[in-house]
Write a protein that binds this ligand. Structure first.
Ligand code: BG6
Length: 295
């Protein structure tokens, strides 16, 4: 655990014996760096990102809970991404396998949060690196309400991948799926083309997507493979030039070298009764593009 000199915020650094590494801020429980075994950065963080609460850090992997986007009455993408998490020293045993190189964080409601979302919860996040350098995020959410009330939430790993040139990127695995188009009043539409390519702003939630989504960066000759569990939907977002210019924490040209593709659960929110726990996992690997997606 180190204090970042530039931001003054606490972050945890994970280093896997075979060379990969990751950094996770307690602020937002947010992964802001993921280097593969060759030391190459795989995630995008804006040069103009603000590290000053209450603004969320622009980039890395934002944890969106208990709401995604403006699909609800809470603040955009929920509040977990701008809260201070803690290290979870004694997490209860997990039913999923894990890797030796990992850290556990936890977020619970504060007295102030209860005024905007009147529920007690335990949100646990494990960030792990596999021996081959994959980044595995597992979240567990438990309803700790003492008043017997269930609660409902949506969730996303809002993942900013670093790409070399957005015009040369395509996303496979979501073609032919229905999606909610946030640029068209969240209308439900169906994808027509083969793979998703980027020529203008894209702001979509693909529904009931397969467990594996592939993002191919031609110029860098690398492919991100995203595998997900208990997270049926997939967020795909790039602001393009006009929106990027209007965002104070994104450089006007930075949209060309980022793409958000993240596992989510939006269309059918999860309901938990007191004592119940939900678990959702996203695993991402970065592989050379000679790799065949098998789709
Ligand atoms: C996407 C939303 O998921 O996130 C977009 O669908 C939004 O509408 C984008 O602009 C970034 O959101 P924020 O709150 O981090 O600026």
């Amino acid at each position: 655990r180190v204090k970042d000199r530039a931001t003054g915020l606490d972050k945890l650094v994970l280093r896997e014996a075979r060379g990969s590494s990751a950094e996770v801020y307690l602020y937002g429980g947010q992964v802001t760096s993921w280097n593969n075994t060759y030391g190459e950065q795989q995630l995008f963080v804006s040069k103009k990102a603000s590290f000053k609460p209450p603004k969320a850090i622009r980039g890395g992997i934002q944890i969106c809970f208990p709401q995604l986007g403006n699909h609800g009455v809470l603040e955009q993408h929920g509040f977990a991404r701008n809260r201070l998490w803690s290290v979870d020293e004694n997490p209860p045993p997990s039913r999923d396998t894990t890797f030796d190189c990992h850290i556990n964080l936890i977020l619970k409601q504060s007295a102030d949060d209860l005024k905007i979302w009147p529920h007690s919860y335990e949100l646990r996040l494990q960030v792990a690196l596999s021996p081959r350098g994959d980044l595995i995020l597992t979240s567990r959410i438990k309803n700790s309400n003492a008043d017997g009330k269930p609660f409902q939430f949506s969730f996303a790993y809002h993942t900013y991948f670093s790409v070399s040139d957005i015009s040369e990127v395509r996303v496979e695995g979501v073609d032919t799926l229905d999606y909610l188009d946030n640029l068209q009043s969240k209308n439900r539409r169906t994808e027509q083309g083969d793979a998703v390519v980027f020529e203008s702003e894209v702001d979509r939630v693909y529904l009931s997507a397969p467990p594996k989504i592939v993002t191919i960066d031609h110029e860098k000759k690398r492919t991100f493979v995203l595998r997900k569990k208990e997270l049926p939907d997939v967020v795909v977002w790039n602001p393009w030039d006009k929106k990027a210019k209007a965002m104070p924490d994104l450089g006007s040209e930075e949209y060309t070298c980022m793409l958000c593709v993240g596992a989510a659960c939006i269309e059918k929110p999860i309901t938990l009764r007191p004592g119940e726990e939900w678990q959702g996992r996203q695993e991402i690997s970065s592989v050379p593009s000679s790799y065949s997606s098998g789709m």
